[in-house]
Design a protein. Structure first.
Length: 81
């Protein structure tokens, strides 16, 4: 699935934040099938607390490879909440 592909880029990121797996799956699915970045951002904002683990100080270094891949595809994350 989508999360499995994301795990290929950053396995320790995905493994460290299991609560973000389903929201990540929903966000990726929305991005690919429901309108790109605007659709994905709605999901990300809806599940913001689940993604806090990925960008927190204990996991950000584990998640940077995945963030770089996502940004490389043209997705832009907000600079602040």
């Amino acid at each position: 699935g989508f999360v499995g592909k994301a795990r290929d880029f950053a396995p320790t990121c995905i493994d460290s934040c299991p609560q973000a797996c389903e929201p990540l799956n929903l966000a990726l699915k929305a991005y690919l099938t429901k309108g790109g970045q605007p659709a994905a951002k709605k999901v990300i904002c809806q599940y913001e607390s689940a993604f806090e683990c990925n960008v927190g100080p204990e996991n950000i270094d584990k998640c940077l490879p995945l963030i770089a891949v996502v940004q490389g595809s043209g997705f832009r994350f907000p600079e602040s909440a």
